[in-house]
Design a protein around this ligand. Structure first.
Ligand code: ATP
Length: 268
């Protein structure tokens, strides 16, 4: 594992576009150190996936430079189609990174794939064919595949898409553990709450620009309300263990009278 604080990924004045007519974004500059996480937020179509693909080396920047100090583990945005591999074989493909085309996986590759599945909590799916899995189960397989690479740098495009609350919590907990273990993570999300749960830094992609800062600085009510064009509030409450917690909600719910924030799981 790289030493804590070492730069794992950096963008220097990066610009990306698909056609001459329009830049998706320009002048993106940031770096991610070992043991830290950056979340990318932005409206639909603003350029989050473009930035993620550029970071993963799947798209070349039109200007500026991207530096990685390891080939990353990559989790693509989930999509419907899937080849008829077993979940285990899909995860094992994560071990192919850096190997020759015809090199067979060995026993340590199999052990790493099994360990990644166990870590993500999907060992029970090992023999299932991908087309028979639910969208959320497939998403967990893709996360395990990225982990099986053993790379200290993980790049994830909307990793919680399609996951139920329990699996969202599982994935967020896992990402936190990986950061704690010294890994570097870059993820895109539509959930400011998830960014708050796992990220030290936040990049906001909007109107052709990328603005970066610390998570507390970027995840304010006013910034998020302006970003999404809906009222956004930060709500304090006590969790089931009685700890004060803050969550981010859109102010689109029904008005209550009187307004009471009860602890989740607190009954009454
Ligand atoms: N292959 C492509 N060719 C041309 N334009 C593209 C291509 N991929 C994306 N775009 C355009 O680039 C812009 C940014 O797309 P991108 O997928 O990066 O946005 P996003 O923020 O990830 O969106 P979402 O939240 O909806 O997933 C959009 O206007 C999109 O239409």
């Amino acid at each position: 594992m790289p030493s804590r604080g070492e730069t794992m990924l950096s963008f220097a004045a990066v610009g990306c576009r698909y056609s001459r007519a329009r830049w998706v974004f320009r002048n993106a500059s940031f770096s991610i150190a070992a043991g830290s996480t950056m979340a990318i937020l932005g409206p639909n179509g603003s350029g989050k996936t473009t930035l993620i693909r550029c970071a993963a080396g799947l798209l070349s920047p039109r200007e500026g430079s991207v530096t990685r100090n390891a080939p990353p583990g990559y989790v693509p945005q989930s999509h419907g189609s899937a080849f008829a591999y077993t979940a285990f074989d899909m995860v094992l493909m994560g071990r192919a990174q850096g190997k020759g085309w015809f090199q067979q996986p060995n026993s340590s590759d199999r052990a790493a794939a099994g360990a990644a599945m166990e870590r993500v909590g999907i060992s029970g799916l090992a023999d299932r064919l991908l087309p028979t899995l639910s969208g959320g189960e497939r998403q967990l397989v893709l996360i395990a595949r990225a982990m099986a690479t053993g790379s200290p740098l993980l790049i994830l495009d909307e990793p919680s898409t399609g996951l139920d609350l329990k699996n969202q919590a599982r994935v967020l907990g896992l990402l936190r553990d990986l950061r704690q273990a010294g890994m570097s993570l870059l993820l895109s999300t539509h959930h400011p709450d998830h960014a708050r749960a796992v990220a030290d830094q936040v990049a906001i992609v909007q109107n052709g620009g990328v603005e970066c800062g610390s998570a507390p600085e970027m995840l304010t009510e006013s910034r998020l309300s302006a970003l999404y064009g809906v009222p956004v509030s930060a709500v304090d409450y006590l969790d089931a263990a009685g700890r004060p917690v803050q969550t981010i909600v859109t102010g689109l719910g029904e008005p209550t009278n009187p307004v009471v924030h009860r602890p989740v799981g607190g009954g009454g």
